[in-house]
Design a protein around this ligand. Structure first.
Ligand code: GLN
Length: 561
């Protein structure tokens, strides 16, 4: 823990040190990963951290953005739909992200405009400086008295028009704070030119020049490069970008992201950050956790093949947390999990058998809309009949229930209200229905079908009670769990008896017994459907029990074939 500091009135209080992380040259350099790895390294030195993402786009939150375009929507315990970088932050630090850790321009502007309409600004002209920048600064400082370090990543790259208010806000913020309480870390690319065999520093120099023109001077440069940075280039970067030589950190390509904390430590990133804050002597890091993680990821003792039958299979980021949770499940079992993405739509017309044979387990993830759902149902039939481990997540659970209803319980017309808005005409059995009222903690939440699309789902952490003696209770090792949700529709409890008679057990329920949370086939080695998203809580050093056991079941299957 860091020593507390006196405030202006002489009282002692806990004040975070701030690291602002910006990017330059090109996007997709791994800024989120660098931030997350730095968080993990500061923790390894005994400090508490919180990571925050400031996104310049104008959407209020990523909830309504297409997974094809933006990747997965990461949901927090307190029900915020956030950027997938928050998933990285949680996976590396284990610190549960909050609603206030993901801030977009859209949210900032909508707050400012709401205040303007309410008359909070007392008739003043509303401007980017100071109104928008103040709103950003207020967000940045939320919870600053709770941790040793606050790491704030600014989305996009320096020079983007949308990013300007954020850059201006962090500039002001560092001036508002006592000297030495904020540092700036800038991530860039050193391209390698084959013809001359050189790493080029010029784009980085330009990027830093751009930063300095808006009043920000980086203390640390993290440079993405294919190989190590030669001494000559390092000196050049230090000289032209006005940083210390030992604050030029190489970020080389890694085989696994989970080596990032160790790799950044070898390069001296955490030391450079502590030096920049003048913290000496620096506490020694304890890297046992990350050494174990690297050992498990780089030295597997076997391999399993898992098919993910989904809709957004062209962009792997659309199922980021699921892919990561499967990797964690592999680490728990010391096997490498080879994931293959199978487009569910293929099975709308074709028999899944030739595509799914040979896989040791099948996972059907979450999704929205009707496209590909008949294919997902067929994948569930295949897994049930061939006794292949099946994990259905959210929509993947709903499809497994429809499959059971149609093909085992005799409800031939079973379907979901999500795909047919004429349920009233009794054209199908709404086994999955639109939920309009439910209980969260001790309050009732109500929604109308016509409500806005943004933020109208059952979102965030909810508890569930697991039946004694069920497979899931065994897997979790407890009968009381809490998991994160993101959906509008629910399996209808009215079909419970009929489905249980057919062998599909409702093994997890909401505490009030009204909402089915988990189903499992009794006479199947491993067939579980969950209404929530367990992947969001899995970590490399703490694999989620469902994923760990799912991969164990896959490992067992691999031994049989
Ligand atoms: N579309 C389904 C629902 O809204 C499932 C959502 C999901 O898989 N996240 O209930």
């Amino acid at each position: 823990m860091m020593a507390s500091m006196p405030n202006t009135t002489g009282e002692f209080q806990y004040m975070a040190r701030f690291v602002f992380i910006t990017g330059g040259v090109v996007s997709s350099l791994g800024k989120g990963l660098a931030s997350a790895a730095l968080g993990a390294l500061l923790q390894a030195r005994g400090y508490s951290v919180r990571l925050r993402k400031l996104d310049p786009y104008l959407n209020v939150d990523p909830g309504t953005m297409s997974p094809f375009e933006h990747g997965e929507v990461f949901v927090t315990d307190d029900g915020a739909e956030t950027d997938l970088d928050l998933g990285h932050y949680e996976r590396f630090t284990g610190v549960a992200a909050r609603n206030t850790d993901s801030i977009s321009s859209g949210r900032i502007y909508s707050n400012v405009l709401e205040k303007e309409r309410r008359g909070d600004y007392l008739g003043k002209t509303i401007q980017v400086i100071p109104h928008v920048t103040n709103e950003i600064k207020d967000f940045i400082s939320i919870g600053e008295d709770e941790v040793d370090f606050m790491l704030c990543e600014i989305g996009g790259t320096v020079g983007d028009i949308e990013g300007l208010p954020f850059f201006e806000a962090i500039r002001q913020f560092s001036q508002d704070k006592p000297r030495g309480q904020c540092i700036f870390m800038h991530l860039t690319l050193l391209p390698f030119i084959n013809a001359s065999g050189e790493l080029k520093t010029k784009p980085t120099q330009h990027s830093v020049k751009e930063l300095r023109s808006i009043g920000l001077a980086p203390d640390i440069l993290v440079c993405r490069s294919e190989g190590p940075i030669p001494e000559k280039e390092r000196e050049k970067l230090a000289l032209f970008c006005n940083v210390r030589k030992d604050s030029v950190i190489a970020a080389q390509d890694l085989k696994s992201i989970y080596e990032a904390p160790l790799a950044y430590h070898r390069e001296g990133l955490d030391q450079a950050v502590l030096d920049a804050f003048g913290i000496a002597p620096a506490p020694k890091p304890d890297l046992v956790r990350w050494n174990d993680v690297a050992d498990r990821i780089y030295n597997p003792e076997g391999e399993v093949k898992v098919a993910i039958v989904g809709k957004y299979t062209q962009l792997e980021d659309a199922y980021k947390s699921i892919a990561e949770a499967l990797t964690h499940g592999g680490m728990a079992n010391r096997v490498k999990v080879n994931v293959e993405w199978v487009d569910a739509e293929i099975f709308d017309k074709e028999d899944p058998a030739p595509y799914l044979q040979g896989f040791h387990a099948i996972l059907v993830p979450g999704g929205f809309g009707e496209r590909g759902t008949e294919g997902k149902i067929k994948a569930a039939t295949f897994a049930r009949e061939h006794k292949i481990p099946y994990l259905g997540i959210c929509l993947g659970m709903q499809m497994a229930v429809i499959e059971a209803a149609r093909n085992v319980a005799g409800l031939k017309d079973a379907g979901s209200e999500e795909f047919d808005h004429e349920a009233g005409e009794k054209r199908f059995e709404p086994v999955v229905y639109h939920l309009k009222e439910w209980v969260q903690g001790n309050r009732t939440v109500a929604r109308k079908v016509t409500d806005d699309k943004g933020g109208t789902m059952r979102l965030g952490a909810y508890s569930a009670s697991l039946g004694e003696g069920t497979k899931v209770a065994e897997v979790y090792g407890t009968t009381s769990i809490e998991e994160r949700h993101r959906h509008r529709y629910e399996v209808d409890i009215r079909y419970r008896e009929q489905l249980e008679k057919a062998g599909l057990k409702f093994s997890g329920m909401s505490p009030d017994g009204r909402l089915p949370e988990i189903v499992e086939w009794e006479d199947h080695p491993w067939f579980i459907g969950v209404q929530f998203h367990p992947e969001l809580k899995s970590k490399p050093f703490e694999p989620h029990p469902l994923f760990a056991d799912f991969v164990r079941a896959a490992k067992d299957t691999s031994r049989l074939v």
